[in-house]
Ligand binder design. Structure first.
Ligand SMILES: *[C@@H]1O[C@H](CO)[C@@H](O)[C@H](O)[C@H]1NC(C)=O
Ligand SMILES: *[C@@H]1O[C@H](CO)[C@@H](O)[C@H](O)[C@H]1NC(C)=O
Ligand SMILES: *[C@@H]1O[C@H](CO)[C@@H](O)[C@H](O)[C@H]1NC(C)=O
Ligand SMILES: *[C@@H]1O[C@H](CO)[C@@H](O)[C@H](O)[C@H]1NC(C)=O
Ligand SMILES: *[C@@H]1O[C@H](CO)[C@@H](O)[C@H](O)[C@H]1NC(C)=O
Ligand SMILES: *[C@@H]1O[C@H](CO)[C@@H](O)[C@H](O)[C@H]1NC(C)=O
Ligand SMILES: *[C@@H]1O[C@H](CO)[C@@H](O)[C@H](O)[C@H]1NC(C)=O
Ligand SMILES: *[C@@H]1O[C@H](CO)[C@@H](O)[C@H](O)[C@H]1NC(C)=O
Ligand SMILES: *[C@@H]1O[C@H](CO)[C@@H](O)[C@H](O)[C@H]1NC(C)=O
Length: 580
């Protein structure tokens, strides 16, 4: 491992020296340096893990040797093979071992007083916090394990999942994650799906679904699937009730802590950065590159004497999209193990950072300032929740709490919109298609609009419109509105130069009249000047990048010559869609 460290560092330095002058900016140079630095940290932590092994082994061997002369007979393996075992090791390992066992036997440089020889003191480890792990020798061996052994990647994504009673979004989530990575990103990523179920049948069912849906990606090593042994979990019925929560909730959040700890422990050795995700999220194009760049820039900008970041946050929700350096995961893993029965996992993260940087002799403001240095936010969310049904039965995700259960319609139907070809370059989600929304069969729900995206209504015949109404967002997804989006239309006949229309409306470079825009509540509506005459096309034009998806829960285009509003009896009787 030492050699590996050197092997990595040397090429990095060579690359820097060779490419240095040719790289366009100093910034890219510092970024490369940061990348090398991050990898070095990761390799060092791997090296430390090996050292730990050696230290444990040497303590064990030392104990065997001490027992050699005594009458302890139930020690296995017997003393004889010990020296053979040593012979089998590489000279480097033997030296390490000799050094370590020397240190452990001499008890450092301390003087031994009294009659009992000095023993190493024992530091607590995971078994101390999770004593039930000792009940089964196999408690830390995964019950299910599917891996092609990919490691040493840039970014490891951890996706914990469980069997869901209602709707599972796991496959949609994986599909969305992979779809938003290019080939290069796929090569430097590992997705770990952790199935937090104890019944092997349930585990196998979920694993099978993943393996058949993503055969190529499991085969290429992009996806690992693991599930813990049932004995990894304590008896959840014997947990302490904490925070005055119901037992059900205490169980749920305690299990989540243990799930995260396991997942992180497995991920620790797999790559430079680790990002915690969930099984019901959606992301943006090339999120891997975005995250990696941000991490390297942040690391490069940190001056050597300043504390480096601990969390990079790519999503405002709970624990989703939090990035850590793999080398630092052991801190969190241990912290989660210590307090798993006490607090929910996202609180623990906050307390952890506060323990690191806040002081009792300063106020909250100071604390927040310090925290902001360790916990840095990316300007925009890269991830969004899709699920409304959490894995805790009856628990509904906070953001969607408000309207859950109340009978607020998820869309308003208008069945007399004029015949038109409708299309959009905003990709629809599932069956929430624009054309169905236009017919009043559902709402339109599309992925993250980008600047320049259009939602077009091209009329079969030039149509005189009296009024338009677009309502974006709905009760379940109130934030999925159109932001910074205008309503534009293309008149069928070229307007006379004298027309008063020119002074009423602005025009776009491609000849559309800008007749309105979405307001802060996500609604765009207006009456149209009859002087515009028949219209060929009406469109929504997005001008800014959005952190949210876009949902149209109401589309109404009223013709000048029809009695549409009175015919549209449906408008007053909105339909309901089950919330799950
Ligand atoms: C252990 O036992 C073997 C054989 O019984 C003996 O040759 C060896 O010196 C012993 N080692 C120690 C450290 O007592
Ligand atoms: C080993 O056990 C025997 C009897 O079982 C005893 O006589 C002897 O003293 C013991 N030796 C040591 C080193 O404890
Ligand atoms: C063992 O200790 C010696 C002297 O303390 C040191 O020079 C050597 O590098 C160590 N070997 C290993 C493998 O750590
Ligand atoms: C991804 O990795 C494979 C196998 O190592 C390699 O053949 C391929 O060229 C890589 N693709 C990219 C885009 O880096
Ligand atoms: C605990 O919860 C119960 C019911 O939710 C409430 O009546 C009680 O006051 C709470 N106790 C404390 C100490 O908050
Ligand atoms: C526009 O106005 C000018 C003078 O006011 C008039 O001569 C011309 O006929 C008008 N054109 C149209 C198309 O109405
Ligand atoms: C036309 O554009 C100007 C500047 O972009 C803006 O201030 C004005 O409100 C716009 N008018 C309409 C009717 O949209
Ligand atoms: C809307 O988008 C335009 C073009 O990108 C930008 O200049 C403007 O600042 C945006 N307005 C808002 C309110 O975001
Ligand atoms: C609109 O409704 C009125 C009364 O119901 C009817 O007289 C009229 O013909 C209708 N117009 C059209 C265009 O259907």
């Amino acid at each position: 491992m030492l050699i590996a460290t050197v092997l990595i560092l040397v090429p990095c330095i060579v690359v820097l020296m060779v490419l240095g002058p040719e790289l366009s900016t100093e910034q890219s140079l510092t970024q490369r340096l940061a990348e090398c630095h991050m990898r070095l940290q990761y390799l060092e932590s791997m090296y430390r893990a090996r050292q730990e092994d050696v230290s444990l082994l040497s303590q064990y061997l030392g104990q065997l040797q001490t027992n050699n002369g005594s009458n302890v007979t139930n020690v296995s393996p017997p003393p004889q093979p010990v020296s053979n075992l040593l012979d089998a090791l590489s000279p480097e390992a033997r030296q390490l071992l000799r050094n370590a066992s020397h240190a452990s036997r001499s008890g450092g440089s301390g003087l031994t007083r009294g009659y009992v020889p000095a023993q190493n003191i024992r530091l607590p480890n995971a078994y101390h916090f999770l004593p039930h792990l000792l009940d089964d020798a196999g408690s830390l061996r995964p019950a299910y394990f599917q891996s092609k052994g990919r490691s040493d990647v840039s970014i490891v994504l951890g996706v914990p999942t469980v069997r869901r009673e209602k709707q599972s979004y796991l496959l949609a989530t994986l599909h969305n994650l992979i779809e938003n990575m290019n080939d290069e990103e796929q090569n430097e990523t590992l997705i770990i799906v952790y199935i937090g179920e104890t019944e092997l049948d349930a585990v196998q069912l979920i694993a099978k679904q993943i393996e058949t849906s993503f055969e190529a990606h499991v085969e290429s090593g992009l996806i690992d699937i693991i599930a813990p042994a049932p004995s990894y979990y304590p008896n959840f019925d014997r947990l302490r009730i904490t925070l005055n929560d119901s037992l059900e909730r205490v169980k749920w959040r305690s299990k989540q802590n243990l799930d995260f700890a396991y997942l992180m422990a497995y991920a620790h050795s797999k790559g430079t950065f680790y990002v915690q995700l969930e099984d019901d999220i959606l992301t943006k194009r090339q999120f891997i590159t975005t995250m990696k760049k941000f991490a390297l820039i942040k690391s490069a900008l940190t001056k050597p004497d300043q504390p480096d970041w601990f969390v990079l946050d790519f999503c405002q929700l709970g624990f989703i999209g939090k990035m850590f350096k793999s080398a630092e995961l052991p801190y969190l893993i241990t912290y989660f193990q210590m307090f798993y029965n006490d607090k929910p996992v996202d609180w623990l993260l906050t307390y952890f950072i506060e323990s690191k940087v806040c002081r009792t002799d300063k106020d909250q403001k100071h604390c927040n300032l310090e925290k902001a240095r360790y916990w840095q936010h990316f300007r925009k969310s890269l991830f969004q929740h899709i699920g409304t049904s959490s894995s805790l039965k009856g628990k509904v995700q906070k953001l969607k709490d408000k309207q859950f259960g109340s009978k607020v319609p998820s869309y308003y139907a208008h069945t007399h919109n004029p015949p038109a070809l409708v299309k959009s370059n905003i990709a629809p989600y599932k069956n929430y298609l624009l054309k169905r929304a236009y017919r009043g069969e559902t709402y339109f729900w599309g992925l993250l609009p980008q600047p320049g995206d259009l939602v077009q209504f091209i009329f079969e015949q030039p149509t005189l419109l009296r009024r338009y109404l677009f309502r974006s967002g709905n009760s379940e997804h109130p934030s999925d509105r159109f932001y910074n989006t205008t309503v534009e239309l293309l008149p069928a006949d070229s307007l006379s130069e004298n027309s008063s229309v020119w002074s009423t409306y602005n025009t776009t470079t491609d000849g559309y009249l800008v007749v309105g825009s979405f307001d802060a509540l996500g609604v765009a509506e207006g009456l149209l000047d009859p002087k515009i005459g028949p219209i060929k096309e009406l469109r929504l034009h997005v001008h800014s990048d959005s952190e949210n998806w876009a949902l149209l829960s109401e589309i109404e285009l009223q013709q000048m010559d029809s009695n549409a509003s009175t015919l549209d009896a449906n408008a007053a009787k909105p339909r309901y869609i089950a919330a799950s």
